[in-house]
Design a protein around this ligand. Structure first.
Ligand code: PLP
Length: 441
């Protein structure tokens, strides 16, 4: 490694780059959370990445706990993924015509997840946008139920009480999204079954679908709660079925990450429709939505519901996704699960030792740390929003100064990879006590 101590050299070049970026890109970034607004300071500009490390343009080596917000399950610049990408690119980068590789990626998804057909798209946002159109087209109904703090990308109708960057910036909805666009969106509290029952009692024959993150990961990690032995997702699937609505599980973040399947591998709830992204694109713009064949067949060109994309099924992205899924062996998941459990324990111990109130929650190997006081669990967005973002900012900056790159927001999950080895884990663990003390102040 270029820089062995874990102490940062400088961030001068990143600061200069940020100035230059802000002149030509709003906020200097192409996705809001990257701007560090929630934690203060200038974001690091990244020059390259390898395994568990990011290298910024000042030459600092940072252990990466974001993994591109999920996709890099195998770590950065995995040689076999790069080889697949290189081989694909040499054969041309886009054809606008079908390829065998797309069929193979669709088959790889269907082999892992409980869907019979998928349509490939370019981002998670496109997947959720398209799946809502499909659900509305199939049912002939208008209304969609979503949960506060769940983020499904920047789809207009879903930007009511969304998580991720929207939660981070505390934007209560978004200017530019019209009242008419969100009028058919019902926003309920996550894990609140009474609210769901009431919504169906009132609008049961108008609700096209309930969309939920399979496990919430964009307001911090909030797993679906279990009541009387029945998980929240199973409850949602049942109530949808009773009322002729479709149950959509958004596994863009959890899919192929928290298990080989995703959250489905944990709770086994069969959705009507699903969305995927992140890991299945292997670090390239690729995503998908899928479901039972009879539902997916309603899409054009078989059915009448239109959906399309110039770059959909792009051969380079498809090659990266396929290589990533094939290389995600049971050993990969076992390793990520083990280091996630280890890190959760170490973070908890360091925060407790420093007297910092906190709750750590996980959905499989995806976890986050809530700097909340007076509660033992965080079941919903309202509770997540009580956390101390100042404590998180202090914790974040201490970790960064010690060479560990956490999500620059208290509302995001921590992502690990198969490439996080003992060296990377030791760097993280040894940085925790000082960061916990910083958070205590
Ligand atoms: N759905 C979920 C659960 C997500 O976490 C995200 C992104 O973080 C999206 C959808 C949107 O995906 P994308 O950013 O690729 O548009």
């Amino acid at each position: 490694s270029e820089q062995l101590t874990g102490q940062l050299l400088s961030d001068r070049l990143s600061r200069e780059a940020f100035e230059r970026a802000r002149a030509v890109i709003p906020g200097g970034v192409n996705s809001p959370v990257r701007a560090f607004l929630a934690v203060g300071g200038a974001p690091r500009f990244i020059a390259r990445a390898s395994g568990p490390y990011l290298y910024d343009i000042d030459g600092n080596e940072l252990v990466d706990l974001i993994c591109s917000w999920g996709p890099m399950l195998l770590g950065h610049a995995h040689p076999e993924v790069l080889a697949a990408v290189g081989a694909a690119a040499e054969h041309g980068t886009s054809y606008g015509a079908p390829t065998l590789a797309e069929v193979e990626l669709a088959e790889a998804i269907i082999e892992r997840a409980p869907v019979e057909q998928v349509r490939l798209v370019n981002s998670g946002t496109e997947a959720t946008m398209s799946v809502l159109r499909l659900a509305r087209g199939i049912t002939g109904r208008d209304m969609i139920v979503k949960f506060a703090g769940c983020y499904h990308g920047h789809v207009d109708s879903l930007l009511a009480s969304a998580g991720s960057g929207v939660a981070t910036l505390a934007i209560p909805g978004t200017p530019g999204v019209t009242a008419a666009t969100t009028a058919d969106t019902i926003v309920l509290s996550y894990n609140d079954r009474t609210g769901v029952r009431e919504a169906f009692a009132r609008y049961g024959d108008r609700i096209a679908a309930v969309i939920t993150e399979a496990a919430a990961g964009n307001m911090g990690v909030i797993p679906p709660g279990v009541e009387d032995g029945i998980g929240f997702n199973a409850f949602l699937a049942d109530i949808c079925r009773e009322h002729g609505a479709l149950f959509i599980s958004d596994e863009v973040m959890t899919g192929f990450r928290v298990t080989r399947t995703g959250q489905y591998g944990i709770d086994g709830v069969q959705p009507d429709l699903m969305t995927f992204g992140k890991v299945m694109g292997g670090g390239f713009p690729a995503a998908a939505f899928g479901g039972r064949a009879e539902l997916m067949q309603q899409l054009a060109p078989v059915g009448g519901i239109y959906q399309a994309g110039t770059l959909s099924g792009n051969p380079v992205a498809t090659a990266a996704g396929l290589a990533t899924l094939r290389l995600a062996t049971p050993e990969v998941y076992a390793h990520v699960d083990a280091i996630s459990a280890q890190l959760q324990a170490e973070v908890g111990a360091a925060l407790s030792a420093a007297g910092v109130p906190h709750v750590i929650q996980a959905a499989g190997n995806l976890f986050s740390v809530f700097f909340v006081a007076g509660v033992t669990a965080v079941p919903d967005y309202a509770t997540a929003a009580t956390q101390s973002t100042q404590a998180y900012a202090a914790f974040f900056h201490s970790m960064l100064e010690q060479g560990v790159y956490l999500p620059p927001s208290a509302y995001e999950g921590w992502f690990l990879s198969a490439a996080h080895d003992d060296g990377a884990m030791n760097r993280i663990v040894s940085a925790l006590p000082a960061a916990a003390r910083a958070a205590a102040q």
